[in-house]
Design a protein around this ligand. Structure first.
Ligand SMILES: [Cu+2]
Length: 156
């Protein structure tokens, strides 16, 4: 009689509720993602992108297949010397663009296992933790672009 329909409604509601956090994390918008090409012998590469999360979240870890580790760096001038400092993660305020860009916060791929050539691409995985504790892994494909800004110079 009515029982079957009632059950179906319950299942529907349950599935919708479960899907919500997933949808929120999947709506993470990543734009202008790219990694700078390297020259032979260069073990690090800088990567940039613009990230926007609809909910307050934090990028707690980043991994790439082509590098031993991926770190967030900040950049600042110390007199005439550009200094980079590793930071632990990246805050994503709800609904606000966070720009990783030359001269500011950026991603650093360290311990590269291969040179990065213009025209290629690199996959990275962002572990994004929402304020409610829900974690998601978001894959981003970074095209390798020619970068002559000499970013690697600030690194060993
Ligand atoms: Cu750096």
């Amino acid at each position: 009689m009515h029982t079957t329909r009632w059950m179906a409604t319950l299942v529907g509601v349950g599935a919708f509720a479960l899907a919500l956090p997933v949808c929120a994390a999947e709506a993470l918008a990543v734009r202008d993602a790219r990694v700078l090409a390297t020259v032979p012998g260069q073990g690090v590469a800088a990567a940039y992108m613009t990230i926007e999360s609809p909910v307050a979240a934090r990028v707690v870890a980043v991994e790439a297949d082509v590098s031993a580790s991926v770190q967030f760096h900040t950049m600042s001038m110390d007199g005439e010397v550009m200094r980079m400092r590793r930071v632990d993660g990246l805050e994503l305020p709800a609904g606000r663009e966070v720009r990783l860009a030359p001269g500011g916060v950026h991603l650093m791929l360290t311990g590269l296992s291969q040179p990065l050539r213009p025209g290629g691409a690199v996959d990275i995985h962002l572990t994004v933790r929402a304020a409610d504790g829900e974690s998601r892994i978001v894959r981003v494909t970074l095209p390798v672009v020619d970068g002559r800004q000499g970013h690697g110079a600030g690194h060993d």
